[in-house]
Design a protein around this ligand. Structure first.
Ligand code: FAD
Length: 433
């Protein structure tokens, strides 16, 4: 057994996904000693777990821009491919992470409990207990912990106020919220790649004018279409599918998630069978994709109105350029419902306030990524990877500055944070000008 006695850090980041990796890099570059924990054996989060392999929303800035450059220059499946591969994403991040001397990555390490203090009268997080294997646990003591789990589980364990499901109209005055709050979250999707390895008949060869990413609509011919640019050139015959959209009765509950996973297989089985029959090899993602879980209530709750108003608060620490994209599985067959068509198509530009990363009433903790503070409707916009990444990097830098000044994250001067984020080596874009 290893010796885990000296595992302490200025900043512990829990979750090495779209927000957690930038958080760890941001904190390390701002001078903190950092430990990045990931429960999976590999890093990556959604691209590794769910095969979410392209970026929606903008801007790709800060360390995300470094990632994008590497993905394009070294790890693209083909020179003009529209998506990346999970392995390329992991390679690119590993390359960037390995250049950070202050940063240690521990995979296969699930943060299962929170270490508490309340010396100053306010509950505070002082690190986490990791379960690496049955009977193998160790503590990571940290001055600031960042919850980048996507599920908000660390914040929940820390006693933060948790939001889940749809908010009522009266809660935040959102025009598109239902009159009564409920537990509906966005649909889950099991993604997969298909690859034309052998035995593709002429009939089954890609045709039409579509692109090499797409949903296989149920009840229609879901065979892939050729890429308009790559056809006849370097078409990898590799396609990314959003396989289905199924409801999960509670994405916080592993049993309910397993049920949703089984349901997704049932829904997808005829498509998968047809693809096999037509010579396509199917690579199923390891996990069913969860778009929405807990949201942690922060000093500010981002709402639909903030987004449609294009709000850029004074403490903006990340930019967001993405419309509402609320997948719900009301429609039979797993299409997005009318909610999206009604008001989701518009692209919105807005600023994420630092206050949305600061949980109410608990110190020593920041939150980034899809579980940060926002309503159900707002989360459908800010959940995408470019935005999650920027919020992660901002949280990392905020944590490092808090440690440097020996103060709580909520006491940090947002202007100092913004200045540090814009400067080298963070180079995070904070204005669309
Ligand atoms: C089906 C689907 C399709 C999507 N399509 C797109 C798309 O096309 N483009 C786009 O930009 N976005 C897309 N998204 C959204 C995007 O992938 C996520 O919202 C984004 O990855 C959120 O980043 P995150 O860091 O919050 O969470 P994640 O990327 O999920 O990372 C969380 C990490 O934390 C780890 N973790 C969790 N709990 C613990 C613990 N207790 N201890 C240690 N580690 C832990 C997890 O294993 C995971 O690696 C999609 C999402 C889904 C589900």
């Amino acid at each position: 057994m290893g010796d885990y006695a000296d595992l302490s850090a200025d900043v512990a980041v829990v979750g090495a996904g779209a927000s957690g990796i930038p958080a760890a890099i941001g904190a390390a570059r701002a001078g903190a000693k950092v430990i990045l924990l990931e429960e999976d054996p590999v890093i990556g989060g959604a691209p590794s777990d769910y095969y979410v392999c392209l970026f929606y929303g903008r801007p790709m800035t800060g360390v995300n821009a470094e990632l994008e450059r590497l993905l394009k220059s070294k790890y693209a499946p083909t020179p003009r491919a529209q998506f990346f591969l999970p392995s390329g994403y992991q390679h690119a991040w590993r390359e960037i992470l390995s250049a950070e001397p202050n940063l240690r990555v521990i995979t296969g390490a699930r943060a299962a409990r929170v270490l508490h203090t309340n010396d100053a009268g306010t509950p505070a997080v002082a690190g986490v207990t990791v379960e690496a294997a049955p009977g193998v646990t160790f503590d990571i003591n940290s001055k600031v912990t960042i919850d980048c789990t996507g599920s908000g589980i660390i914040s929940d364990l820390a006693g933060c106020t948790i939001m889940y499901g749809r908010d009522a109209k009266a809660d935040f005055g959102e025009p598109h919220a239902p009159d009564t709050a409920d537990d509906h979250v966005q649909a889950c999707t099991w993604m997969y790649f298909i690859q034309g390895l052998v035995g593709i008949t002429d009939k089954a060869r890609p045709r039409g004018v579509h692109v090499n990413v797409g949903i296989a609509p149920r009840g229609e011919d879901h065979l892939p279409q050729p890429h308009p640019i790559l056809e006849g050139e370097t078409d990898p015959e590799l396609y990314l599918h959003w396989g289905c959209a199924v409801e999960c009765r509670d994405t916080r509950d592993p049993v309910a998630l397993a049920e949703a996973h089984a349901k997704a297989y049932e829904v997808m089985a005829p498509d998968l069978q047809r693809l096999h029959e037509n010579g396509y090899t199917v690579h199923l993602a390891p996990r069913i994709g969860v778009r929405e879980c807990r949201r942690v209530r922060g000093e500010h709750v981002i709402t639909e109105n903030d987004i449609t108003d294009g709000a850029f608060p004074d403490d903006t620490i990340a930019l967001a350029d993405y419309g509402f994209d609320d997948w719900r599985s009301k429609a039979k067959g797993g299409r997005r419902d009318k909610h999206v068509e009604e008001f989701g198509a518009a692209t919105a530009r807005y600023g994420i306030p630092y206050r949305a990363l600061i949980p109410q009433g608990v110190d020593g903790l920041l939150v980034a990524g899809k579980c940060m503070s926002g309503t159900h409707i707002a989360q459908s916009s800010f959940r995408v990877m470019p935005i999650a990444g920027s919020t992660g990097q901002a949280a990392g830098v905020a944590a490092a500055l808090s440690v440097k000044h020996q103060q709580q994250p909520r006491a940090l001067d947002p202007e100092e944070l913004r200045k540090t984020l814009r400067a080298e080596p963070q180079h995070l874009q904070l204005s669309f000008d």
